[in-house]
Design a protein around this ligand. Sequence first.
Ligand code: XMP
Length: 586
Amino acid sequence: MNDYAPEPQIIILDTGGQYTHLISRKVRELGVYAEVRPSETPLAELGNARGVIISGGPSSVYETGSPTMDPAVLASSKAVLGICYGQQLMSYLLDGQVRKGDKGEYGIAHLDLKAASPLLKGVADHKQVWMSHRDTVYAPPSGYEVLASTDTCSIAAIGNTEARKYAVQFHPEVVHTHEGRKVLHNFLFDICGCTRDWAPASRVPVVEKSIVDVAAGRNIFFFVSGGVDSTVAYTLCLKALSDDRVHGAYVDTGLMREDETEFVRGIFASLGARNFEVVDARDEFLKALEGATEPERKRRIIGEKFVEIQQRILESGHYLDGQWILGQGTIYPDTIESGGTAKADLIKTHHNRVAGIQKLIDENRIVEPLTQFYKDEVREIGRELGLPAEFLERHPFPGPGLAIRCLCADIDEPLTPTDLGIIAPVHSVGVQGDSRSYRPVLIVDHLDQHRAADAINVDMRVNRVIGTIGVRGPVSKMRVHSAAITLDRMNKLRRVDAIVRRISHESGYDKTVWQFPVVLIPLGATPGEDSVVLRPIDSVDGMTAQSVAIPDGVREQMLAGLLAVDGIAGVFLDLTHKPPGTIEWE
Ligand code: XMP
């Protein structure tokens, strides 16, 4: 589909950093089309790009196998901006000096300007920047001037104005760098001479044409999840082709939120999608999950069931016949294997592949209208297509649904008091370094994230800390009871999730968080009772996340609403960041 994208004016060479896509998004927000490529992409493959940005990354230039780049790019006439590891790599490949650091510098610093330059033009002296690096450059390459420094980093920006090559140790792409946008603006327009060529909403006609071309007279079939990406992609196909040529199926797993199926049905009805079918698989999923308590087992069962049902739909609807192709809501970051996404897969299993879908992929019978776009750009397109804002601004929701927020146990045990709080043997998934942990949770009587983080460092038996918002009886009298996924527990979780979502929406709190899972845990005074854990987080892309506070009034309202639900014994707030917790509990 990328034949339909403009040629990128800016190419970001990815050295595996968590902010690579953020750089690309920030460039696009300034109206310039950018794409991400592997760091070692040869100069000859950079085409007519006016500028190259080398991303940050977690490696050290001295480690064997660390990402490198084609040195010809640095000798070429193209403008270059190295960021963080990008600055170190440029210095290392030219004749500068890089020092291996043991401790590094993480957090806020202030940038003292040392020399005038087109890169930092208009940036005020001593402005806040964000630093996140271990190694540092201690001698710039010859021909390069030091443009700025901070208290702890004497070479925070370098440049060779004549060659149009620059590098910075700080991260201009993150919000904590107050004039980062200005730095990127200077690079794009003054140094590279870019023109504004990118506005996602204006791409709709081109995307529709690409759909018509790829379909080439065939029809399109979609599995829609009710998520933003698949819905926008489906809507584009509906607009591009007549609605009798676009079919959609939504599988109701019974693991969805309250009223979700009706909500999705309503969206598609308002689009005039006549060939949209809801497949009721609620009993099938529930039956398959009977007695399963372990997270990976739950995921495997759900994944396999999905595959089986999708295959059945593909076969019974004859969608594997030659006149059908499959539509998918794949977006740009999904198409690029970066250090970040490759790592994420180690923590939990995510996807299964349906044989029928594999066949369609192998036969190149796939249409993916959104592979050029980032999530925010997909939302802009959705707005352009007239999809309701309420829908486009929904928080991300995981494929396996509420099943990974309905914690199960096959024990019946009391809690263990410790110096720091009370340990409850409800095991949840966490992430430590690159590996998965599965440990009990610590219950504390405060809501302070800093103290919670310290507690995990002190007591390595746990990977999460939850603070008590309110309980019916004393926490010390509670037990963890054996519990699986049942219709009763799913209905209870749906109820409490709906209460939290309603209050969160009415108070405007939902706008301040990136995602807000509501988790049911088998903790109560008697068997059959559960507790609720609130998990509001802030994040950029879900890879890392911060636990966030809930304002007193909103929290009190949630507590009152939740304790009024039958069979709810307590309400807690998850105080754990990711890492060491994950966002979902599983
Ligand atoms: P974790 O729990 O790994 O979650 O910190 C990171 C983000 O990924 C979402 N998530 C999923 N999304 N299918 C999805 O589409 C899945 O199987 C899945 N598992 C987790 C999670 O909601 C969070 O935003």
